[in-house]
Design a protein around this ligand. Sequence first.
Ligand code: ADP
Length: 313
Amino acid sequence: MKVPQKIIEILAASDFPSHYKEEFEEFFHSIEKEKKRRDFIIERLSEDKKITQNFLNKTVQDLEGKNHELSKILAEKQAVNDKLIAINQELEEFAFIISHDLQEPLRTILNFADLLRNTRNDDLDRETLVWLDFIFQSSIRMSNQIRAILEYSRIGKSGEKEWVDCNHLIQDVVSDLSSAIRDKKAEIHVHTLPKVYGNPSKLYSLFQNLLINALKYSKRNIPPQIWIEYKTKGEYYLFTITDNGIGIKAEHHERIFVIFQRLHRLEDLEGSGIGLSRCKKIVEVHSGKIWVESVPGEGSTFHFTLPTKYVNE
Ligand code: ADP
């Protein structure tokens, strides 16, 4: 860029040395260069802005698409969930009706077996009486199992919920089991427990089943030591019931929660194999989970979670 004429005139009319003219020229030249550089940067910036804008538009479009897909997947999941709930309800009703109807013919078998035993006792030989006893015992067992299925199918029914103080609940459970506790010389260590929102009788049954098992599966001649504790884990209370009993091999840790699954023969330790399946269902209707950690010969810890907040499903 040339030095403007006006400046040249001023320089000529004054006493400025001539080399000032070159310096001015250099100065104006550098301003011009700087201006070009600035224009170039502005152009680049506006191009970058366009690219960024396009990128943002595409990202927003992609996100909208993904959002739409996600809403579709969620709606499908909800539909599957609703279907599962309906099937589950149907199954529960089916189990209820079947078990209810099966009790009737079974009662007839029991009555006639009983009648035969009582009225024809003298006419029947020893072997027939033993067979009759088998029929009798098996029918009673079957009747108990059918009743268990009936009860199990009812757990799913929501039932009234309220805030339940687990300290009071445990006090009642321990007091109801006091003779078994005394017989076994067991010691129960209960920490202060929280209040949970749930069905009182189902929660009672949960603690009761776990405590009965902790007493029942103790080591021979070693008094049971049982600890009942809890801690808060996020939105859940994590309860633990620990015993010093016979323990459970790792390969059985899941199977024991399935209805009628037992690890002991009836002759060794009495039981129906429904306690833990009932516990699992109770915990699940309260939106929690249940599992066991155990070392055979050392003892078991049953863990279960229950929400800390009000849940009404
Ligand atoms: P039941 O006690 O009537 O057999 P459960 O469903 O309560 O039925 O328990 C299933 C099985 O799990 C039991 O047969 C037993 O082998 C095992 N079990 C449950 N609780 C304990 C425990 N605290 N210690 C050791 N084994 C246990």
